[in-house]
Design a binder for this molecule. Structure first.
Ligand SMILES: Nc1ncnc2c1ncn2[C@@H]1O[C@H](COP(=O)(O)OP(=O)(O)O)[C@@H](O)[C@H]1O
Ligand SMILES: [Mg+2]
Length: 219
């Protein structure tokens, strides 16, 4: 479980999030909505331990998260959090396969052949098999989005953070990703999705909205 209590975050002396409380649970899809600039990405970054906050508490299960304890959080993030960032953060000179494998390179405990098998299977699931050796700079926006999603799953994370994961997907791939999110949920993964896309609301267990620096639960 992810639990945030009374969190406040300033950016350049301007408040972004005030007294925010947020809970996301395993086996559930939690949505984060709000206009562009509302602070969705900032909150996901805080949850990923990539951005600090000014006050409040943040717990993952029974561990209180302090971004100053960077080593613990980066290890936890590497193993347990799959983060699909908004601009994909793919390496454009690397192939689709290399990008999917990327995080497994940093994980000493991961067997190379297992990672390769997993990457090949993920690529197959997301219709990327034909372009595995293509450099990312030569593929389309939708293919990049699917590569980023495949990459986030390579280490079987228990937490998935997805920032606007469906913006560049056509209807067919949209359905594929919805099925994926639902199967991850069934496998007891904790999913937090920041989105503008109203279609995702259909599979959400809980919806939060950020407005005027306040986070409120909508349903
Ligand atoms: N590095 C940063 N850290 C925190 N806030 C930032 C940063 N860069 C820009 N901002 C500002 O923070 C606000 C929230 O941005 P963001 O979290 O990206 O919102 P959203 O994802 O909802 O569009 C914006 O007004 C933006 O200008
Ligand atoms: Mg954003």
């Amino acid at each position: 479980m992810i639990r945030i209590d009374g969190l406040t975050k300033y950016y350049h002396k301007k408040p972004l999030l005030i007294n925010t409380s947020f809970i996301a649970e395993k086996g559930q899809i939690t949505l984060l909505t709000g206009k562009s600039g509302a602070g969705k990405t900032t909150l996901l970054n805080i949850i990923a331990g990539l951005q600090a906050f000014d006050s409040g508490t943040y717990w993952i299960n029974d561990d209180k998260i302090d971004v100053r304890n960077d080593q613990w959080m980066s290890q936890f993030r590497n193993k347990e959090i799959g983060y699909i960032v908004q601009d994909y953060a793919l390496i454009s000179d690397y192939s689709v396969l290399e990008n999917i494998l990327l995080t497994s390179f940093y994980n000493k405990n991961h067997n190379k052949q297992d990672a390769l098998d997993k990457a090949t299977q993920l690529a197959k699931n997301f219709g990327l098999s034909e372009i595995l050796d293509k450099k990312v700079k030569r593929i389309s926006g939708g293919q990049k989005q699917r590569t980023a999603i495949a990459r986030s799953l390579i280490l079987d994370p228990s937490i998935i953070l997805a920032d606007e994961p469906t913006t560049h997907l056509d209807e067919e791939n949209f359905k594929l990703i919805m099925q994926l999110f639902e199967s991850l949920k069934e496998a007891n993964t904790l999913l937090i999705i920041a989105t503008h896309d109203d279609r995702i609301k259909l599979i959400a267990d809980k919806i939060y909205r950020i407005e005027d620096c306040l986070l409120k639960q909508q349903s």
